[in-house]
Design a protein around this ligand. Structure first.
Ligand SMILES: NC(=O)c1ccc[n+]([C@@H]2O[C@H](COP(=O)([O-])OP(=O)(O)OC[C@H]3O[C@@H](n4cnc5c(N)ncnc54)[C@H](OP(=O)(O)O)[C@@H]3O)[C@@H](O)[C@H]2O)c1
Length: 253
């Protein structure tokens, strides 16, 4: 018997990296999964790899009309949401204070904060009592990394929203938790190197060297912890933050 048998899940950012690995894990445990992303070709490829219990909905989570369309589609096709993984987002590279632009700020806060906030708000009317929401944070929000001001502030914001929503949604038995990955080998993080393979290897090696366990995480390792938070195994957890970071934010190396 699967841990999510009969459940309906929505995974934003489900076409790549951590979201895609989580959609796969949810399906292995019996869920039907709607994945959300902006690029149609990526969504189509992801749905093909996930099989017939997956469906793709093209949308930008920072666009409220898109979000209305996402949950209208889910309502029509499944009638409810049991598990929401609000994961879509990303950064804008390494940019120190002098070089931050309004455009960068709008893009990062648009996806990570506005996108997360309104994804949750618009999912709630469809969410079953006793459901589970998992939100993607980042170890960047746990310390001061040069050049990560906008990104880490956006992830600190969603971590705090998790606490507030855990309180607000407790009467409905809806649990809200943050999953906090450390450096994880995904297309998104490799993208920081801008497609230059030499820079990419140096970037990955540099990140791995700083992690106490001596390597980057895999999307599947993060997905296992998201599954735990989404499932009844975590039935007494809400407002919490679970780090999957090889010790990165916890101990000095
Ligand atoms: N990888 C890491 O080391 C790491 C560490 C800590 C936290 N995180 C967080 O983990 C989450 C997933 O990152 P990842 O590393 O798996 O990156 P990824 O491989 O680039 O995947 C990001 C996913 O989000 C989607 N997405 C991005 N912006 C979106 C938007 N505005 N609307 C809808 N979908 C959007 C992407 O699809 P489209 O581009 O087609 O929209 C893609 O499916 C992010 O929130 C990231 O900040 C990652």
């Amino acid at each position: 018997m699967g841990q999510l048998d009969g459940k309906t899940a929505v995974v934003t950012g489900g076409s790549s990296g951590i979201g895609l690995a989580t959609a796969k894990r949810f399906i292995e445990e019996g869920a039907r999964v709607f994945i959300v992303g902006r690029r149609q070709a990526q969504l189509d490829a992801a749905v093909t790899s996930l099989g017939d219990r997956a469906a793709g909905i093209q949308a930008d989570v920072s666009n409220l009309d898109d979000l209305d369309r996402v949950f209208e589609t889910v309502r029509n096709e499944a009638g409810r949401v049991d598990t929401l993984f609000a994961n879509a987002g990303g950064g804008s590279g390494v940019v120190a204070i002098d070089d931050i632009t309004v455009g960068m700020y709008e893009k990062v806060f648009g996806a990570n904060v506005r996108g997360t906030l309104f994804t949750v708000q618009k999912a709630l009317p469809l969410m079953s009592d006793g459901g589970s929401i998992v939100i993607t944070g980042s170890t960047s929000a746990s310390r001061g990394h040069i050049g990560f001001g906008v990104y880490s502030a956006s992830k600190a914001a969603v971590r705090q929203l998790t606490r507030v929503w855990a309180a607000e949604l407790a009467p409905r038995g809806i649990r809200v938790n943050t999953i906090t990955p450390g450096p994880t080998d995904t297309p998104g993080i490799r993208g920081i190197a801008g497609g230059d393979p030499v820079r990419e290897q140096a970037l990955l090696a540099g990140m791995a060297a700083k992690i106490p366990l001596g390597r980057m995480g895999t999307p599947a390792e993060v997905a296992n912890a998201v599954l735990f938070l989404a499932s009844d195994q975590a039935s007494f957890m809400t407002g919490a933050e679970v780090f999957v970071d090889g010790g990165d934010a916890q101990v000095l190396k």
